[in-house]
Design a protein around this ligand. Structure first.
Ligand code: PRP
Ligand code: URA
Length: 206
């Protein structure tokens, strides 16, 4: 299942993000802003329980989130979304999973994993700006599920239909929240029209 944000703010910010003239400082700011918009939507699945709160006038019903929120940026480009998500959920824990796409085979290779332990009713939000073939996210979710966790959603900026289909097939219980779904993948498995290499554009490595 996937949710694409249909919103004028998203449309305008995504246009600026795609622009090849946008340099990494502005790219990072836009990625953060877009992340906040998508994460706000994704977090509506969190569970709440009632509490009491006393306002200056009366006592009334309040709410608190029941889940331990765990944010999992997929290294490296997912780090560019972390600040945005933590703005919404400042008490969240953060686990890291390192994945890179082999430049020839385009297969996801895991190279790092550190997830928090001793969690109570955890809800995992995996953050990665790009869902291209979906391979990196499928492998990331495999790793999280192997630890016994079940409540997992993906927050991304841009997705290809091929990647969404692959993630849905491998993990039908995991929802994908994305800014925009693009047209297709090209022969190098890049998203078209896309925005290029998210990691390089975020961190200025090319
Ligand atoms: C990018 C991106 C995703 C992955 C998407 O990472 O951040 O993790 O590609 O592609 P997929 O859906 O086909 O797996 P990349 O491998 O370029 O590594 P980086 O984040 O270190 O730049
Ligand atoms: N990874 C990226 O950074 N960009 C793409 O278009 C596909 C995978």
């Amino acid at each position: 299942m996937h949710y694409e944000l249909d919103h004028p703010l998203m449309k305008q910010k995504m246009t600026l993000l795609r622009d090849k003239e946008t340099k990494f400082k502005q790219f990072r700011e836009l990625a953060k802003e877009i992340t906040i918009l998508v994460a706000f939507e994704a977090m509506k699945d969190l569970e709440v329980e009632e509490t009491r709160v006393v306002t200056p006038l009366v006592e009334t019903t309040g709410y608190k989130i029941k889940n331990d929120i765990v944010i999992v940026p997929v290294l490296r480009a997912g780090v560019g979304m972390l600040d945005g998500v933590l703005n919404l959920a400042p008490k969240a824990r953060v686990g890291f999973i390192g994945m890179y796409r082999d430049s020839k085979t385009k297969e996801a290779i895991a190279y790092y994993e550190k997830l928090p332990e001793d969690l109570k009713n955890p809800y995992f939000f995996v953050i990665d700006p790009m869902v291209a073939t979906g391979g990196s996210l499928i492998a990331t979710i495999d790793l999280i599920k192997k630890k016994g966790h079940k409540k997992i959603s993906i927050i991304s900026i841009l997705s290809a239909p091929e990647g969404i289909a692959a993630v849905n097939k491998a993990h039908p219980d995991v929802k994908i929240f994305t800014g925009v779904v693009d047209e297709k993948l090209d022969e190098n498995k890049y998203i078209v029209p896309g925005l290029g290499d998210a990691g390089d554009r975020l961190f200025g490595t090319k």
